[in-house]
Design a protein around this ligand. Structure first.
Ligand SMILES: [Zn+2]
Length: 97
């Protein structure tokens, strides 16, 4: 069986198909991963989506943390919500005690 060319070709063909399917599944699911690595570093697009690198972002208001307010965006490519890395000019959030 070792070196059987038709068998090797069969395995190679199915491995290539598995890789393509797995890549498509990864591209769909990565928007749900809260700990996904920032792909802006890989693509060199500082203003792009941190999950897919697309620059098709739509402003969707603001997101407040306990200390700051950030601008929130919706990525039209991967359909995920992301926020800016720097706080807005609105400054630290004021909370009542
Ligand atoms: Zn995206």
């Amino acid at each position: 069986m070792s070196g059987h060319v038709p068998s090797i070709n069969y395995v190679v063909k199915h491995c290539e198909q598995d890789v393509l399917v797995l890549e498509a599944v990864y591209n769909k699911l990565r928007r749900l991963d809260g700990c996904h690595p920032n792909v802006q570093v890989f693509y060199g697009k500082p203003d792009g989506c941190p999950r897919c690198g697309s620059e098709h972002l739509e402003s969707k208001g603001y997101r407040a943390t306990q200390l700051y307010v950030y601008q929130k965006f919706f990525c039209k490519a991967c359909k995920s919500y992301v926020r800016s890395t720097k706080p807005t000019l609105m400054g630290p959030r004021v909370t009542k005690r």
